[in-house]
Write a protein that binds this ligand. Structure first.
Ligand code: CU
Length: 349
């Protein structure tokens, strides 16, 4: 082992600074969309407030305990010619003190915690309710007027949004750290959540499934897109309109979407033959920003890669496991067929 005495103090400081860099870098919210310390809604603000209270109490405890510890270590250190120190057993006053003080600290944490839990528990009556259903490994959202989408969930910025949370299979947990806290999706039970976006927070917010749900749990992300009221209205009405197949290539893709069996699992609004519900609803897929439940940007390269080998992108996903095109070599798709499907999916705007 290196002799610590040979390391100059300045070098040590330098090393410490380098070690701190990644920690400081983790504090910027733009590179870390899953940050919990940059709240953008009323509910997230409440949780942040609680976090601050507990953080301050923890800091005070830390400083008091470390100061006493350092004091004792230095003051009572062993000196030359010290004999055996005085032998004592027990100190009733101290023991009572160090039981009562932590109990009071716990009460100081419990009271604001309970208040916050009750404040954010019940969904306000005027909330705009969206039904969320978790699937291995993607999210389905159904709006009050019946429109359905997946993985990229738009909400209007001017009102309180409520969610009912259910699962189609196993446990999942819904979490968009900048907007609201975690809530589990439990088989046979409907949970709820809600939040009101803060003014001026239109934008994209990343979320993540936070309850282990199988092979691709880590790839089960989502985006919540807080839209201005006008953008939101345009998006929901777009979800209802039939999507035209724009080019000849896209028209070929339209036919392949039926002949390759995609229709068995995917719904696309405006197509009577595409009403499958095993996979995500693909209406307006061409205007989505992400793909594979928010794990990849939605562009030609990534979409082609997804259709060539979804297993490579999301291990164990139901599409690669169950779609005949990936399990029966006789049905495998040619590159030109994939190009046509990509063109068709991108035309769904
Ligand atoms: Cu999960």
């Amino acid at each position: 082992m290196a002799n610590l005495k040979n390391i100059r103090p300045k070098a040590l400081l330098g090393l410490l600074a380098i070690a701190l860099l990644p920690i400081l870098a983790a504090c910027s919210s733009t590179d870390n969309p899953l940050t919990t310390i940059s709240p953008k809604s009323d509910v997230a603000d409440d949780i942040q407030q609680l976090y601050k209270i507990i953080f301050v109490i923890a800091m005070v405890v830390f400083i008091v305990v470390e100061t006493l510890l350092l004091y004792a270590v230095i003051k009572f250190r062993r000196r030359p010619n010290d004999g055996i120190p005085k032998q004592v057993h027990g100190n009733t006053v101290m023991e009572i003190t160090w039981t009562i003080i932590p109990a009071l600290i716990l009460v100081a944490i419990a009271v604001p915690t309970w208040i916050t839990i009750f404040e954010i528990d019940d969904v306000p009556d005027d909330a705009y309710m969206i039904e969320i259903v978790g699937h291995q490994w993607w999210w389905e959202a159904t709006y009050p007027d019946g429109q359905v989408t997946a993985n990229e969930i738009h909400v209007p910025s001017d009102r309180t949004i409520g969610f009912t949370l259910d699962t189609a299979d196993v446990l999942h947990s819904f979490w968009i750290p900048q907007l609201f806290g975690k809530q589990d999706l439990i088989p046979g039970r409907t949970n709820t959540l809600w939040f009101t976006p803060n003014p001026g927070t239109e934008g994209r917010y990343l979320g993540q499934c936070v309850e282990f749900c199988g092979a691709s749990h880590a790839n089960m992300r989502l985006e919540m897109i807080v839209d201005s009221p006008a953008d939101f209205a345009a998006w929901t009405s777009g979800l209802e309109s039939p999507a035209p197949a724009a080019t000849a290539l896209a028209a070929t893709g339209y036919d392949l979407f039926a002949s390759k069996g995609c229709v068995a699992c995917h719904t696309i609004s405006g197509r009577n033959d595409a009403i499958g519900i095993i996979g995500p609803n693909l209406s307006l897929f061409g205007s989505r920003l992400t793909l594979g439940s928010a794990t990849l940007d939605n562009n030609t390269v990534n979409l082609t890669a997804w259709l060539q080998d979804p297993e490579d992108i999301k291990p164990g996903n139901i599409m690669s496991k169950s779609a005949p095109i990936y399990n029966n070599p006789g049905l495998a798709m040619a590159d030109t067929e994939i190009d046509a499907l990509v063109a068709y999916l991108q035309s769904l705007k």
